[in-house]
Design a protein around this ligand. Structure first.
Ligand code: NI
Length: 185
């Protein structure tokens, strides 16, 4: 197991459309990659992570919406962990009913924005053995999965806000990046 480096915007791989996982890829290598992706998500800590965020352009996401402060007991342990790894996830149906949630992203540090998405989604995916699975997700869990699936299309939350907000954020990042380099010298 290994904690991988998480890429941040404007890294070009975060803007690429990912390719499907092929049937022959299910096996030890994929299993190892998924466990590294999971370890990276838990270490961040985060509630979800998509393969392109660690520079791997395959349609793979891991989620655990239970890995958040809101669902901790007094000792900081998750009260309802619910890890899922999905390869080639597809939304087969989405509710007309929408919800707004303030989203952040490990690849877009220090940026949060309210986004509106369907409240319920019916997802079909392949599990770690390549077996097809499908089920409905609702509320926060549905939001997390939709956010991670955006990454597979090369879309980050910055692409869902106004061009003005996006360029202002990227300029700020660039300035801070330069400061960072200067202080290392
Ligand atoms: Ni993200």
């Amino acid at each position: 197991m290994a904690v991988l480096e998480i890429l941040t915007v404007p890294h070009p791989l975060l803007a690429k459309k990912c390719r499907p996982v092929e049937p022959q890829e299910f096996g030890p290598e994929l299993r190892r990659f998924i466990s590294d992706l999971a370890e990276t998500m838990y270490a961040a800590p985060g509630v979800g992570l998509a393969a392109p965020q660690v520079g791997d352009l395959r349609r793979i996401i891991v989620t655990d919406p239970g890995n958040s402060k809101k669902e901790e007991d007094e000792k900081g342990r998750p009260t309802n962990p619910r890890f899922i790894a999905m390869s080639n996830p597809v939304i087969i149906e989405a509710s007309k009913d929408k919800m707004v949630y303030e989203e952040g992203c490990l690849s877009v540090p220090e940026f949060y924005t309210d986004l509106m998405r369907p409240r319920k989604v019916h997802i079909r995916w392949l599990d770690e053995d390549g077996k097809p699975v499908q089920r409905w997700f609702e509320g926060y869990d549905a939001i997390v999965i939709q956010h991670e699936m955006d990454h597979l299309e090369g879309t980050v939350i910055l692409d869902r806000v106004s061009g003005f907000k996006k360029s202002r954020y990227l300029q700020r990042r660039q300035r801070e990046g330069r400061h960072g380099q200067e202080s290392r010298m």
